[in-house]
Design a protein around this ligand. Structure first.
Ligand code: HEM
Length: 404
């Protein structure tokens, strides 16, 4: 049966006024009524939206769903994304075996044990940022003073990108990941970012230092396993993915806890709950809120619905992570809940390679903020309307005014 516009709601689906931190009510409705349903994208094309936890999880490990951005029916969220599709070609948008070849070169850099050795450095950065914020005086914007610089500093050190350039690359990535940016703005930001990385990689090829990008050049490019262009694209992916996501998760976590003082006090009293609370916050906010884009390369059955080859598919992490079949009372923040099995980092071959680092940063940040700022509170904010990034690919907060 052909779907009409009436039965295929516009996507992305807006959140309810007054409940900006919860997934859109229509997403819940679809998950219950039509868990694999048609949605209409900005250009009038349709995609299948998958909303149940079990279906999303299974789909993410199904090789018949391609993540290749070069596919003609790949679901983009804006005209600007389409205009720059060639520039999106890093391994997050490739299929095996090409994907695996790229990813394997990076796995040693993100192994839990290796990332754990970064803990003292992350703690030092957290301490210094909080000291600077406290010294500058209350109130402050928690996003610019802490949540954004923390992952930026950490990923810059790991990659060997000069942090002094953070204003430039944060501005470019903000434009590139905003659905409301024009195609021209997005193309220009992506070009600037690519040129910047290309110059940096060239400099490292001349004078390698002890960092991930230098290792890619001297070990992988020199051995013919990566082209210069691939080194640049990988560096760009890591730089952007490494700070946008974690920064927004940090800010949302603090806002959420300040809005739930009982939960916040529980964490202050029992800091051993912090690692579990980070999983719960990742589940609850699912910052990749528009879902993961894929294309069916063969006919495939998802949750009892046949998705024909060539159709676009969106796997909703936000809907899956709020599925009451898996999480009781899913919209409630419960830092004692066992949130394991959440899909905030994706699943399958593309499951987030940076998750050990993101977990480390979020755990150290939350534990230290709660300990160092016992009087932390929200300011200038009506409790319903935080400054949310609704139009961004990664959900989060533009600003978070706090006092202490
Ligand atoms: C809270 C923080 C983070 C969240 C919620 C997050 C979320 C995700 C998700 C959902 C995916 C899967 C995309 C897909 O299947 O299409 C992904 C992949 C990826 N993430 Fe993260 N991420 C976070 C932090 C990081 C960090 C810190 C880094 C780098 C240091 C990073 C690097 C990557 C890379 C390179 C991929 C592609 C993996 C692949 O295709 O094999 N992420 N992330």
């Amino acid at each position: 049966m052909a779907e009409t516009e009436d039965t295929a709601p516009s996507y992305p689906i807006p959140r309810a006024a007054g409940r900006p931190l919860d997934p859109p009510p229509l997403l819940r409705e679809l998950r219950e009524r039509r868990p694999v349903s048609r949605v209409t994208l900005w250009d009038g094309r349709t995609a299948w939206l998958v909303t149940r936890h079990e279906d999303v999880r299974q789909a993410l490990r199904d090789p018949r769903l391609s993540a290749d951005v070069g596919h003609p029916s790949y679901p983009f969220f804006s005209e600007g994304q389409v205009a720059t599709r060639d520039m999106l070609r890093s391994f997050i948008r490739m299929d095996p075996p090409e994907h695996d070849r790229h990813r394997r070169m990076l796995t040693p850099e993100f192994r839990v044990k290796h990332v754990e050795s970064m803990r003292p450095g992350v703690q030092e950065t957290v301490d210094r940022l909080l000291e600077d914020m406290i010294e500058a005086g209350s109130p402050a914007d928690f996003v610019t003073a802490f949540a954004l610089p923390l992952p930026s500093l950490v990923i810059c050190r790991l990659l060997g990108v000069p942090y002094a350039d953070h204003d430039f690359f944060q501005r470019c990535s903000a434009v590139a990941f905003d659905r409301e940016s024009t195609a021209g703005e997005i193309r220009s930001s992506r070009e600037q970012l690519t040129d910047y990385l290309a110059r940096l990689v060239a400099a490292k090829a001349e004078h390698p230092t002890d960092d991930l990008i230098s290792r890619l050049v001297t070990h992988q490019e020199a051995a013919g396993r990566l082209t210069r262009r691939e080194v640049v694209n990988t560096g760009l992916l890591l730089l952007v993915a490494g700070h946008e996501t974690t920064a927004n998760m940090t800010a949302l976590s603090v806002l959420d806890l300040l809005r739930h003082p009982g939960q916040l006090e529980l964490l202050r009293e029992r800091p051993e709950l912090i690692p579990g609370s980070v999983e719960e916050l990742l589940r609850r906010h699912s910052v990749a809120h528009n879902g993961l884009p894929r294309v069916a390369v063969e006919d495939i059955e998802i949750g009892g619905t046949t998705v024909p080859a060539g159709d676009a598919v969106l796997l909703s992490l936000a809907a899956a992570n709020h599925d009451p079949r898996v999480y009781e009372d899913p919209d409630r923040l419960d830092v004692e809940r066992n949130a394991r099995g959440h899909l905030a980092f994706g699943f399958g071959v593309h499951q987030c390679i940076g998750q050990p680092l993101a977990r480390l940063e979020l755990q150290v940040a939350l534990a230290t903020v709660l300990r160092r700022l016992p009087g932390l509170r929200l300011v200038h904010e009506s409790p319903q309307e935080p400054d949310c990034r609704h139009s961004m690919t990664i959900f989060g907060l533009h600003s978070l005014p706090v006092a202490w």
